[in-house]
Ligand binder design. Structure first.
Ligand SMILES: [Mn+2]
Length: 319
C-alpha cells in the first residue's frame, strides 16, 4: 500500500469544496466509489460534487449524475478515484490532470499522480479502499453510501467470482449488507437482467461463432449492421467478450466488433492456459494475462485472419 488510510482521511478532513474525478469509460467501481465518497463528505457537512463524466452509461449514472456541480463551482480539493494514471481521465477532466490533490486507487501500476496518494494494488476494487477511508473519517455507512461501495466491489469482481476476490472484498460486502443494501437485487440488475437489444446481440453473437484449433479457439463477430439493426449501444455490449470463453474446451475467445471508422476492435479472453496479452501485443494492442484487446486498422475479415495467426503463434510458442 502506498500511503496510509489514516493520513488520507486526515487530508480529506482538512479540506472542503471537493470535486471527485472518475476514469474514462466509467465502470461500477469508479462511479460507485465516487458517489459513496461524495455522500460521506457531505455527511460531514462539506461541499462535494462528482465531476460530469460524458461517457457514463445508464447502468451507472445514478452514482454520479445527481451530484454534478453547478457551472460556477471552483473546486478546493480534487480527488481521483479508481484512475490508474492521469491519461485515464476523460477529456472533459483533462484540465484537472496536473492538479489532483488526492488519488485513491487499486491499480498497482498507479504512479501516484496526486499530492496525497493511497494506492493498494492488492484490493479487488477501489471501493474497498473507499470504505476504509470513509470509516477512518468517522462516517457511518448508511444505505446510500453502502450502495456505491457494494456496486464497486461487486462489478470489479464479476459478482464476487473472479480470482481477484479476497476475504476483505467479502468483509466490505458484509458491511454494506448490514447497512441495508439489497445485494440480491443489485446483482440481479447488474448481472442477470439484460436489455432487449443485448439479448438480440447475444443471439447474433452465438449464431456467428466459429471454432478453430480443435475447438480451443472461438471467434465471434458483431457487425456494424447488427448494432444498427438491434439498436445496441456500448452499454449493451458490456462484458460481451466473456461469452465465447464460457464454452467448454474454449481456451481463447476472440470477439470482433466492427467500428464506424472501418476499423475492427477485438477483445480477447482466455483461460489459464493462454496469455491474452501476448496475442494482442502482436497487433499493437495489450492488456492483462486473461483479458486483452486491440483495434485493427482493417475490415473484420482481415482482422479475424490476423488474430487467428497471432493466436496460432502463441500456441506454437513463437510469441
Ligand atoms: Mn476498479
Amino acid at each position: 500500500m502506498i500511503g496510509t488510510v489514516s493520513r488520507t482521511a486526515e487530508a480529506l478532513l482538512g479540506q472542503d469544496r471537493f470535486l471527485i474525478l472518475t476514469h474514462r469509460r466509467p465502470d461500477g467501481d469508479t462511479t460507485g466509489s465516487a458517489g459513496a465518497l461524495c455522500l460521506a463528505l457531505r455527511k460531514l457537512g462539506k461541499t462535494a460534487y462528482t465531476a460530469p463524466n460524458h461517457g457514463v452509461t445508464r447502468r451507472y449514472s445514478s452514482h454520479i449524475e445527481p451530484y454534478y456541480p453547478p457551472e460556477d463551482f471552483a473546486p478546493g480539493c480534487i480527488v481521483a478515484v479508481d484512475c490508474a494514471a492521469p491519461d485515464m481521465l476523460p477529456s472533459e477532466m483533462a484540465q484537472y490532470a496536473e492538479r489532483v490533490d488526492v488519488v485513491i486507487d487499486h491499480h498497482g501500476s498507479n504512479p501516484g499522480f496526486g499530492r496525497v496518494n493511497l494506492v493498494g494494488g492488492h484490493y479487488a476494487a477501489c471501493a474497498e479502499i473507499i470504505c476504509e477511508v470513509i470509516e477512518a473519517m468517522g462516517v457511518e455507512l448508511d444505505m446510500d453510501i453502502a450502495r456505491g461501495i457494494y456496486v464497486g466491489a461487486s462489478t470489479d469482481t464479476g459478482c464476487f467470482k473472479f480470482s481477484n476476490t479476497t476475504s476483505n472484498t467479502h468483509l466490505v460486502a458484509a458491511k454494506c449488507l448490514d447497512a441495508g443494501v439489497d445485494g440480491g437485487e443489485i446483482n440481479r440488475a447488474l448481472f442477470e437482467t439484460k436489455s432487449r437489444a443485448r439479448y438480440e446481440i447475444e443471439r447474433i453473437l452465438f449464431g456467428s461463432m466459429a471454432f478453430y484449433h480443435e475447438g480451443k479457439v472461438a471467434v465471434a463477430l458483431i457487425r456494424l449492421e447488427d448494432r444498427r439493426r438491434t439498436g445496441a449501444d456500448w452499454d449493451d455490449l458490456d462484458a460481451i467478450a466473456g461469452i465465447p470463453r464460457q464454452i467448454e474446451g474454449v481456451e481463447v475467445g476472440l470477439t470482433f466488433t466492427e467500428l464506424e471508422s472501418g476499423e475492427t476492435k477485438v477483445s480477447v479472453r482466455t483461460t489459464k492456459e493462454v496469455d491474452a496479452a501476448a496475442i494482442c501485443m502482436q497487433v499493437g494492442g495489450g492488456g492483462h494475462l486473461r483479458a486483452a484487446g486491440a483495434t485493427l486498422p482493417c475490415a473484420s475479415a482481415e482482422a479475424i485472419q490476423r488474430m487467428l495467426d497471432a493466436t496460432e503463434k502463441v500456441y506454437r510458442g513463437e510469441a
